[in-house]
Structure formats: structure tokens, C-alpha cells
Write a protein that binds this ligand. Sequence first.
Ligand SMILES: [Zn+2]
Length: 180
Amino acid sequence: MQCVRTTPENFWPRFKPAPAPEKYKHLGDCWLWTGNLKDNGYGVMYGRTSVNFKRWYTHRLAYFWTYGEIPKELEVGHICHVSICGRPEHLHLVTSEQNIHESIADGRNSKGAKHSAAQAGKMLKGEECSWARLTEQSVREIRRFHDVLGMTPTQIAARLGERRQTIARIIRREQWKHVI
Ligand SMILES: [Zn+2]
């Protein structure tokens, strides 16, 4: 799959429709990317592909091929807050401040979540424990890969560089139970 040349013709079929998260149901189905993924370094996963040797996050490419140029100072944000969604109707241009702000409001930004939980003086359940690389957002995505895309724990583990056991426990809701 790595060497497939990405064109609009083979790009769009690599998304699979799936229900949007409960609070964004009114937006209609999300289109989940079924190809390669890349962690952005903060535990949030995005679809990744290349066009003419240039690497793209798939949501940015979806935006670009639908609406055109993305102004340099702006980012492509997800209205549905599903980072691997590439449905053009779920994407909009935002400033990076707005993007961070919206992520925190949605509770998917681990830094923001930690910060507000610390402020509230609450115990953190998942994000504070030893395997800090995973965030609530990645846990949700792992479950989506399994429940919606039908991937096995082995496939997900290989894709994310995680232990199979860890993935299996997340899928069985034995770990990160508080994340729905
Ligand atoms: Zn979406």
C-alpha cells in the first residue's frame, strides 16, 4: 500500500463512513481514514499519505482537494473532533489558537484535560498512569478501529507501535474504562 500513488480517484475510497460521536451526530457520518496513520507526537492520530513525494495529513488533503488552497497561517480543524475523519463537510479552517481551544473544549487535548483536572483537584484515571503516550483521544480511536473498521488487536498494535496486549485490554474495556 505504501507505494500506491495517491490520486483523488484512489484517495476518497480509502475512507469508510461511520457514525459521528454522539454530540456531533447532527453532522451526519464521519469518513474514517483506513490507510496509514501517524501520531502527531501528542497522542493524536491522523491519516497520512503522500502526493508527488509530499507528505500530507489526510484531513488537510481532503480539504485541499475539495475547497482549494489552505492559507499558510491557518490550520484545518475537525468540527466533529474525530482526527482521522476526512469528510469535507466536517472540516473547517481555524487559527492554531482556535484549534487548541476547540480541542480543550471537546476534552481531547491531553494537556488541556490534565490542566483542568488538576485545577479541579480531581484524580486522573487514565492519562496520568504509566503509559502516558496514550490519551483519551487515542483510546477512542483504537476502539473505533476495532468496533467500526473491524481491525484486530494485532493489526492495530502493529499500526501504532503499541503492545498487542495493551490494545486488547483497551478494546475489552478493561483499561481506560472511563473513556466511552
Ligand atoms: Zn467527521
